[in-house]
Every structure is written in C-alpha cells, then in structure tokens.
Design a protein around this ligand. Structure first.
Ligand SMILES: [Zn+2]
Length: 62
C-alpha cells in the first residue's frame, strides 16, 4: 500500500474496476475490508448487475 497520507488520515485503497484510489467513507465503516469498488457504478460493472454489496459470497479472491 502506498504511504501517502490523505487529509484526515483516512484509509484508502484502489478500485478493482477503474483502478482509481478512493478513501474510506462513513457508510463503509463496517465493511471497509470488503469494499473493492469506488462507486456503485464500478460495482455494477464488476458484478454484472448484482444487487447490493456482495459481502457474503466472498467470490472476489480471499
Ligand atoms: Zn472504480
């Protein structure tokens, strides 16, 4: 992981779809370890239209 510090020191990761870095959001506080997409649009592109965050199947590695 890059050591760059964002403002407020929020954690960040790269979107697996578009490759852009995105930072921690409040709505992800409980699922941050599972978040892989920067947005719903990217999640839809990757998930092929699956609804909701695919947390239960864990089908993306791990
Ligand atoms: Zn993205």
């Amino acid at each position: 992981m890059p050591k760059m510090r964002k403002k407020c020191d929020l954690p960040a990761k790269d979107c697996v779809v578009c490759g852009r870095p995105f930072v921690w959001r409040k709505k992800w506080e409980k699922v941050w370890d599972e978040v892989k997409y920067c947005s719903d649009a990217c999640r839809a592109r990757r998930g092929g239209g699956a609804k909701g965050v695919d947390l239960r199947s864990g089908g993306l590695g791990r």
